[in-house]
Design a protein around this ligand. Structure first.
Ligand code: UD1
Length: 346
């Protein structure tokens, strides 16, 4: 029996780490990616790690007929893991239609193509952004969702609602939505990691780029939040821990082990760290003093987010294993490796 999984966005940050974990669990993988924010070289780097080069098709999933044509040739796939999406929060506020078109057309085309071709299992790449500004911490999956501040965040919330409706209409379609907290870190091999294009929006790549001298200094967005040291608190999670959760979730779907046709899990560590704590840990791990300056709050940032990890532990038997220092040291190793990697044949 085949065990093919279709991974959209498999050349991207979380997608590529998940491809590695799937290959190491003997799954067959088909990667679909438009390479709009990633590189095909990632596939060779995955081969370097796993010994297997995943099958790859470059496609824009906004194109319904091309998407359909691919899925009709891969009806034997057991599940789809859908990572492909735009993810720059600030850009989505300035250009919401780009985000609604890309993230939602792609989702609708994938769901149509897979259900028309009898592929009934779907894993969705969601985000803690669907909780908005949480009233209760830690955040359980029962926390109410709120309309996210950004169009990016809203595409995640709308996508979950679309999935709910699709599941209610079907006897066979099943999905798991994984709500990520703040993924950072990179593969231990140093071959894959986050590849932000242009100026990074997120904290960790900004820190590592500042430390190597690509950016002049880090701006700390606000020290007047009601938190332990005035800077916002987030639940940072190692991308490899996150990737492993996808393997468990896909097995749960394929083996029909769900309690309900649509399940939602938070993926975090349950621990919150402030921006200043992350900076301090980076300095301790790297031995570098980071240049930073405190500036005004960034619109849309919430004071504190951290996950309740109880449900993922109970139902998936998964919990994050890697510490903040491991996350930071792997991100740092990746940043230092990157230029050498870009100048090599890989
Ligand atoms: C954001 C998105 C989240 C998305 C995640 C990964 C929202 C509300 N959050 O999370 O949905 O999944 O990115 O793409 O839409 N910071 C600085 N200086 C910087 C960068 C960040 O001080 O240069 C601070 C921010 O104020 C924040 C923390 O670092 O408190 C983390 O920021 P970031 O890495 O961008 O993640 P989130 O905003 O939490």
């Amino acid at each position: 029996m085949g065990n093919k999984i279709i991974i959209t966005g498999g050349c991207g940050y979380i997608g590529s780490h998940t491809v590695v974990e799937l290959l190491e669990n003997n799954f067959e993988v088909l990667v679909l990616d438009d390479l709009s924010n990633s590189t095909e070289k990632t596939l060779e780097r995955i081969e370097k790690i796993t010994g297997v080069k995943p099958q790859f098709i470059q496609v824009d999933l906004k194109d319904a007929s091309k998407t359909n044509a691919i899925f009709s040739k891969h009806k034997d796939a057991k599940a789809v893991i859908h990572f492909a999406a735009h993810k720059a929060v600030g850009e989505s506020v300035n250009n919401p239609l780009k985000y609604y078109k890309n993230n939602l057309y792609s989702l609708l085309n994938v769901l149509s193509a897979q259900t028309e071709n009898g592929i009934d299992n779907f894993i969705f790449s969601s985000s803690a952004t669907v909780y908005g500004t949480p009233k209760i911490l830690p955040i359980t999956e029962k926390n109410e969702t709120q309309r996210p501040f950004s169009a990016y965040g809203n595409t995640k919330k709308i996508a979950e609602e679309i999935l709910e409706d699709l599941i209610n209409s079907s006897d066979s379609f099943a999905a798991i939505s994984l709500r990520y907290f703040n993924p950072i870190g990179a593969h231990d091999s140093g071959f894959i990691g986050e590849l932000p294009s242009g100026i990074p929006n997120n904290l960790m790549p900004y820190i590592t780029q500042t430390a190597v001298g690509v950016r002049e200094k880090l701006m700390v967005y606000g020290t007047d939040y009601p938190t332990k040291d005035g800077t916002p608190v987030r639940d940072y999670i190692h991308v490899v821990d996150l990737a492993k959760a996808h393997v468990i979730a896909v097995k749960r779907l394929i083996n029909k082990k769900q309690d309900e046709a649509f399940e939602i899990f938070n993926l975090g560590t349950g621990s919150g760290f402030s921006v200043l704590e992350v900076i301090n840990s980076f300095e301790a791990v790297s031995g570098i003093q980071l240049k930073y300056e405190v500036t005004a709050r960034r619109p849309g940032d919430v004071p504190q987010l951290f996950a309740s990890t109880a449900l993922a532990k109970e139902k998936l038997g998964w919990s994050a294993e890697k510490s903040l220092d491991e996350m930071i040291s792997s991100s740092w190793k990746w940043e230092q490796n990157l230029r050498a990697l870009e100048n090599s044949k890989l």
